[in-house]
Design a protein around this ligand. Sequence first.
Ligand SMILES: Cc1cc2nc3c(=O)[nH]c(=O)nc-3n(C[C@H](O)[C@H](O)[C@H](O)COP(=O)(O)OP(=O)(O)OC[C@H]3O[C@@H](n4cnc5c(N)ncnc54)[C@H](O)[C@@H]3O)c2cc1C
Length: 376
Amino acid sequence: MIDVLIVGGGPAGLTLAILLTRAGLTVRVVEARDTPQEHSRAIGLHPPAVDVLHAAGIAKEAIASGVPIRRGLGLSSGRRIAALDFDVLTGRHPFILSLPQATTTELLTARLRELDPQALLVGHALTTFRQDDRGIHATMTGRPAPITARYLVGADGVGSTVRPLAGLPFAGSLYPDHYVMGDYPDTTGFGATAALLLHPEGIVESFPLPGGLRRWVAWHRPADATTLPSLIERRTGYRVDPDAATMHSRFRCSHRAVAQMVHGRVILIGDAAHEISPIGGQGMALGLLDAAALAPLLTRAGTKGSTPADLLAAFSRDRLRAAARAGRQAHLNMALGRPLPRVLDQVRAAAITAVARSKPLTDAVAHRFTMSRGFR
Ligand SMILES: Cc1cc2nc3c(=O)[nH]c(=O)nc-3n(C[C@H](O)[C@H](O)[C@H](O)COP(=O)(O)OP(=O)(O)OC[C@H]3O[C@@H](n4cnc5c(N)ncnc54)[C@H](O)[C@@H]3O)c2cc1C
């Protein structure tokens, strides 16, 4: 019997596997995909998430591969209305690290393989499991014998197989908003600064990426056939080269969560437990923080005993509270970026300008926006 079977080799599952392996537990991660996911999702790693990468032993490589963002600007009709400086942050990593999720996953995978070459089992999807007083018996595709483990952690994302098998409902809803995003060579001069460009037709967001690229994300109406480059130019005046796009996609946003992350010896972490809107880029950070909070609890009992149920219940409560807080922030971010009639757009810009004049308020926003307080 192994100590912990983790289903899902995404950022949350890999991070947990590294932390547990480093602590001396025997861990297996089953990952359904046999090739890495190329499609880019997360790019922003908030300061507490970079701290977790540090605990996992990959912060140095991650920072060297990414772009530390230390400043955010708010613009309206080409005019600067607010600036957020992250130098008010006091932790070890006072910046949001821009790093494509595929690179983060690659670094985590390499680290886990270095710690235990047997730990990651790719190309096997969990199909079913049962639990009893002593542990878990799990069945995977492509493996005739079940794996038995003391604990099973579902880190298998929003489409989790573990969650319904554990009987944990995922409640929430889909937002009405639609977004389009793409990565293009940087033509802005913003450098390592993030920019949120408000417009009556909806927000356009622009973030630095490694390799001289920028990610653009724009609110859009599904019926509007305007391409992203045209939409960026119309709303912001910046021109991007449509032929130089390295990624282009559309997405919608949901917020959903389980009521409990723990069911006996089964524990959910990351998107499998809570999905929040990507606007604000906090989802992956939450998953890494779940892993960092769970690892000491599973390690605590050593390789024989079990973690007291009350500690796991407190873990579930605290992590769902953090996810709800991040969800409220994402909700606000989305509301601020929706289309508005021109007059109300001006009122919105005036309100943001007024807040930006207050140092205590901008400092509080910087802490909130970077998840620096209250998310661990
Ligand atoms: C457009 C977009 C932008 C985003 N931007 C950000 C951002 O800037 N910052 C941020 O923090 N977050 C961001 N997010 C959210 C972030 O991508 C997710 O929160 C993150 O990927 C969740 O990690 P995870 O490990 O929980 O799940 P996932 O990354 O979904 O990984 C789950 C893994 O489980 C595997 N799996 C599934 N079922 C099984 C099974 N039955 N057996 C075995 N394996 C299985 C899957 O193949 C997958 O590899 C964004 C999301 C989107 C959509």
